[in-house]
Design a protein around this ligand. Sequence first.
Ligand code: SF4
Length: 142
Amino acid sequence: MLKGLTRAVRWARRQSLWFLHFNSGGCNGCDIELLDLLTPRYDIERLGILKESSPRHADVLLVTGPVTRQSRDRLLRIYEQIPAPRWVIALGSCACSGGIVADAYNVLGGVDQVLPVDLYVPGCPCRPEAIIDAFLRLREQI
Ligand code: SF4
């Protein structure tokens, strides 16, 4: 009985991934690609994936941009407010590794310098199709 319930909860979670977006210091290029997903052209909600504005209601944290000294604490605080189980996706080269600003004085590097990252989506900026693909891969992991 408990096993069946666990399986049902996991299935429901897979079908309704709600994400919170956080820009930790990027140029907004990746953010614009992310916003494309909400337009009728990509319509990510048809896949059960919803943009959420409260960390307490989110399952996935999408981070764009490199982690800077100013954004580090805020990023950690938001991550801690997301109820477990939670997943982190790094969007774009900056979030994956620091990208073109990795050596800047106030940049700590990619998101994995601060948080455990489940999926990396490279690209400068990352394509909307690649972001959808990341969600589908995350579904397989859950
Ligand atoms: S990966 Fe490129 S587009 Fe995305 S935030 Fe960094 S510089 Fe901007």
